[in-house]
Design a protein around this ligand. Structure first.
Ligand SMILES: C[S@@+](CC[C@H](N)C(=O)[O-])C[C@H]1O[C@@H](n2cnc3c(N)ncnc32)[C@H](O)[C@@H]1O
Ligand SMILES: [Zn+2]
Length: 351
C-alpha cells in the first residue's frame, strides 16, 4: 500500500478515516496497521495488501467463498506436488509461471508452462477477446482511476496500470490477491491490493472513473446489491465494465447446469444468472446497461461464427445471411442470450 490510498479508504464500522502505523516499508508499505480515528477499529496491512474486511460481519456464504478459494489453491499446489515432473514448473519463483501470469490475458503460445491445460488456454483466448472490446470501448488514459472487484491475481489491474491508470485490485480472498505481488515487484506497473467485500466496499463515494470485473458478478448471491455498491463508488458519468459472466438459457435450471461444478463443491458461490437477472440488477439501480456477447461484438468471432454456420446446411446459411443484415443482429443476439446462453459482457453508465 502507498500513502495516497489513505484518502480513498474508510472504516467499515463507522466510515471514519484512519491513522497509519508503518512497521516495514520498501517501494510500498509492506506491514503496518490502520486505526480508525473515530471508533478505533484496527485493520492490518500484510505483504503490502490492505485487509479491510470485517470477518464478524460477512455472512456464511462469503466465508465459504473465501475458504473455497483457499482450499482450491492448496488443492492445485498439492496435485502439482504429487506429480514430480510438474512441481518444478510450479515452484513459486519459477520464471515461466510468473511470466505467464504477467502476460495474462494475452498468452504467448511459445512459452506456456507445462501445467497449463488446453482448457485454460482456450479460456484466456476468450477472456482476451472480451478484454480487447473493453479496452476499445473505454479508451483508457493515465488520468483515470479504476477499481477492479474480484480481481484474483490482478492481471487486469496490471494491464490498467501499465497504461498509466491508477488502479486498485479488490478481492474478498486474501490468498487470491497474493499473486498480484509479481506485478508490483517485477514490472513498473504498481497497483493497490485491497481485501474487502465488493458488496460493502471500504471506499469513499464517487471515487472511480471505471469499475471493472471479470467473472465476479456471478459469485454474488445478490447482484442487485453488488451493482448498487459499485455504483456508489463510481463518479457521475463513470462506467461499470463487466466481462466474462456465465449466462443461463431461460430454458435451463441453475441447479442442473451447476450439478458437477468443481468450484461449487468447494463451497464457492457459483451462480449462472439469466439475461433478465443480469438486466434486473442494473435496472433496479437505474443504470442504463448494454449486455452483449463477445461473438457478436468481436469482428473475427462474428465472422468465424458466420462461416461455421455457412458450412453447415441451407437453413443455417439463410440464418447467417440474416445475421449480416445490421438491423437483425440485435434481435439474433437477444435470442441467442435468452435461449443459448454463453459468456456475457456488460457495459453500464452512471448518469
Ligand atoms: C472466478 S474468480 C475471477 C478472478 C479474476 N477476476 C480473474 O479473471 O482471474 C472470482 C473472484 O471473485 C472473488 N470474489 C467473490 N466474491 C467476492 C466479493 N463479495 N467481493 C470481492 N471479491 C469477491 C473471488 O475471491 C475470486 O477471486
Ligand atoms: Zn471506525
Amino acid at each position: 500500500m502507498k500513502k495516497d490510498l489513505m484518502e480513498m479508504i474508510r472504516c467499515l464500522s463507522c466510515g471514519g478515516k484512519f491513522d497509519l502505523e508503518v512497521d516495514f516499508q520498501e517501494i510500498e508499505i509492506k506491514k503496518g496497521k490502520l486505526k480508525c480515528k473515530t471508533c478505533s477499529s484496527l485493520y492490518q496491512i500484510i505483504d503490502g495488501i490492505v485487509v479491510l474486511l470485517n470477518n464478524e460481519v460477512i455472512d456464511e456464504s462469503k466465508k465459504k467463498e473465501i475458504e473455497g478459494w483457499s482450499s482450491r489453491r492448496q488443492g492445485t499446489e498439492k496435485s502439482l506436488e504429487s506429480n514430480n515432473e510438474k512441481v518444478d514448473d510450479m515452484k513459486k519463483e519459477d520464471l515461466s509461471s510468473i511470466d505467464y501470469l504477467l502476460s495474462l490475458p494475452y498468452i504467448n503460445k511459445n512459452s506456456i508452462p507445462s501445467w497449463v491445460s488446453q482448457t485454460e488456454i482456450k479460456y484466456w483466448e476468450k477472456v482476451s477477446s472480451c478484454f480487447d472490446i473493453c479496452l476499445k470501448k473505454l479508451n483508457l488514459n493515465e488520468n483515470l482511476k479504476i477499481l477492479e472487484v474480484g480481481a484474483g491475481s490482478g492481471w487486469a489491474c496490471g494491464y490498467f496500470s501499465k497504461l498509466g491508470c491508477y488502479a486498485i485490485a479488490n478481492d474478498i480472498c486474501f490468498d487470491n490477491l497474493t499473486d498480484a505481488i509479481h506485478f508490483v515487484e517485477m514490472t513498473d506497473s504498481y497497483f493497490e491490493r485491497v481485501v474487502g467485500d465488493a458488496e460493502d466496499l471500504p471506499f469513499e463515494d464517487e471515487l472511480f472513473d471505471v469499475v471493472f470485473a471479470c467473472a465476479t458478478l456471478h459469485h454474488s448471491s445478490n447482484p442487485t446489491s453488488l451493482v448498487r455498491e459499485l455504483k456508489r463508488v463510481l463518479r457521475k458519468g463513470g462506467v461499470i465494465f463487466i466481462i466474462n459472466e456465465p449466462l443461463r438459457p431461460i430454458t435451463r435450471k441453475e441447479n442442473d447446469l451447476l450439478a458437477n461444478n468443481e468450484e461449487k463443491k468447494l463451497g464457492i458461490n457459483e451462480h449462472i444468472f439469466s439475461y433478465f437477472e443480469y438486466k434486473k440488477a442494473f435496472l433496479r439501480n437505474m443504470m442504463p446497461s448494454k449486455i452483449f456477447l463477445e461473438e457478436f461484438e468481436s469482428k473475427s468471432s462474428f465472422e468465424g461464427m458466420v462461416n461455421w454456420i455457412k458450412s453447415e446446411d441451407g437453413f443455417k446459411y439463410r440464418v447467417c445471411n440474416l445475421m449480416f443484415k445490421k438491423e437483425l443482429k440485435p434481435i439474433l443476439e437477444l435470442f441467442w442470450m435468452l435461449f443459448l446462453g454463453g459468456n456475457l459482457n456488460i457495459y453500464a453508465k452512471k448518469i
